[in-house]
Design a protein around this ligand. Sequence first.
Ligand code: AMP
Length: 293
Amino acid sequence: MKIRTTIADLQKQIASYKENKQSIGFVPTMGALHEGHLSLMRRAKEEQDRLVVSIFVNPLQFGPGEDYDTYPRTIERDKELLKDVGADVLFLPSVNEMYPRPLHTSVTLKKGADVLCGKSRPGHFDGVLTVVLKLFQLVQPDVAYFGKKDAQQVAVIQNMVDDFHLPVTIVPCDTVREKDGLAVSSRNVRLTEKERKEAPHLYKSLELGLSLIKNGTKRTEELKEKMREYITQHTSGKIDYIDILTYPTLTELSQVEGTVILAVAVQFQQARLIDNVIVKIAVDKGEVTCIAL
Ligand code: AMP
């Protein structure tokens, strides 16, 4: 595996892949790699000639008081995992390499900034989109792989690709979970033992929402209230949001229909966790089914 820490060296490597007409699969990450990241990489590896991974904890996407300084950094272990998975290139730039001076221009999210994580983390997606645009320019991937765990992130990145005609295909990949249902996340290591036991209830609250929908509950307010009660009863965390929106447009709806996302975010002592499910609701002869997307 080649490790490239400068933009110039990365670009030389990318140019050689392009010259040889090799397709490039790209997985951008913030490191502290886990099975979720690795599943994206395995898929990219299978589908493309070359796998490029970036590890960059992007200061632009962290707000004041968020966990930029304490975000888990496990670079030596990450390198081993990347070798095992067969990554061709690790792009590992410093903050100074990516932002040698304050940016004169940046990407601003116009639609979708006022819901879910956009609402509770002002400016977060501007930072994500700006760094992803820079990374796409540098890596020039044919296909970029993102996790559905961060469903709003995939949606806004797809919208940016459409808005700016970026020549890359975005592939959303399924959420990898622990055996007890907890979505794998770099931040899970910061849960206390007690919180770790409670954390699977985030996913269980989503499952509760789905089972209520299947049993005929349609009103989103009622569904959200039941999910809220469930999380309050089963965890010590503070609910940041519980929402049910259309997908991928992320607009409010009073009754569930069509394709929807059920999403939750809960703040524990040292870790804010998010989870979601995206389902297509089908009604046949009065019977409701939720088809996972
Ligand atoms: P991050 O390092 O948190 O920025 O994540 C890098 C990529 O891995 C993003 O596209 C995430 O959505 C994806 N990812 C994170 N956790 C999971 C998971 N449990 N399952 C699938 N993909 C994930």
